[in-house]
Design a protein around this ligand. Sequence first.
Ligand code: ATP
Ligand code: MG
Ligand code: FE
Length: 345
Amino acid sequence: PLILGIETSCDETGVGIVRGQTLLADAIASSVEEHARFGGVVPEVASRAHLEAMVPTIRRACETAGIKPSDVDAVAVTSGPGLAGALLVGVAAAKGLALALDKPLYGVNHLAAHVAVDTLEHGDIPRGCVAMLVSGGHSSLLAVEDLTEGVLPMGSTIDDAAGEAFDKVARVLGLPFPGGPYVDKAARDGGDRLYVKFPRGLTSQRDLERHRFDFSFSGLKTAVARWVEARRRDGEDVPVNHVAAAFQEAVCDVLTRKAIDACKDRGYEHLLIGGGVAANSRLRVMAEERCAEAGIAVRVPRPGLCTDNGAMVAALGSELVRAGKSPSPLGLPADSSMPITTVLN
Ligand code: ATP
Ligand code: MG
Ligand code: FE
């Protein structure tokens, strides 16, 4: 099937077009620069930017794919979770498009779409895999048998999301927003991963009893901030590259350890990593190395497909259509707190 997918849950207006599991177009307009001076996404600003970018981005995607809107078999859109006003713009556009074209509408879960996008690179998602979702708002380990049926949450962060920790640490280090890519780059630029040993949250024997598959990054963030402040108080230079590398090492260490433990617990031989933080270069290498050792096959989409985009929504729409799922009602809501267990609204 030919599917057009629309993503507006945060600050990216994304329109993707896929045929089956083949990516034909992935058009993006981002309002990230408008938010940068506030150090975080401003919902009102994001909604307005989506309104302005929506139609031109749909046009651009269709041009790239070489199709007319009337060629599509179904329209998919992020129904949630995300910023209510931002979601509303995408949902309204998708409803209008589906109604005008007389095509079915699929209101999908943004987090499941972060997992589904991998089909565009590596084909069918293995039946029985752990999906580690690490993004700006979420950090979860999910057991997946059939993504179109739903996911089983195994654990999640009890405080900050992994991406949020990257963004906060970046701010402490004086790096721009959103911080993830800048921390990654600073670390790669000669950063010493062993320069400081920052805490690994929820990994002590006692914590593991209650939080085996949960994460905590807020203590790590605070530890980095304290360390940096102490240096500054002493009038010493802060070795940004080393701190970035050591912080990143702590995050990736915990993520990969728990992800592999989750695979072992379920008896799964496949790990899939998705969400913006999956673009992190150290996480990709470490997951590759540690999974190879554990006999687990790891799949990570290319970095450009890890962060928010329209292709991921089209990819999940395509899987749902192929599985014969019934479309959403035209009264489909913008569901800002859509639970991770609901794949399709
Ligand atoms: P969610 O998917 O939870 O709703 P979101 O849509 O804001 O959140 P994504 O676009 O999936 O999140 O991910 C954005 C996050 O990923 C940001 O926190 C950003 O700093 C982080 N990120 C992006 N690239 C990298 C990288 N190379 N290293 C680490 N973090 C990164
Ligand atoms: Mg973004
Ligand atoms: Fe996202």
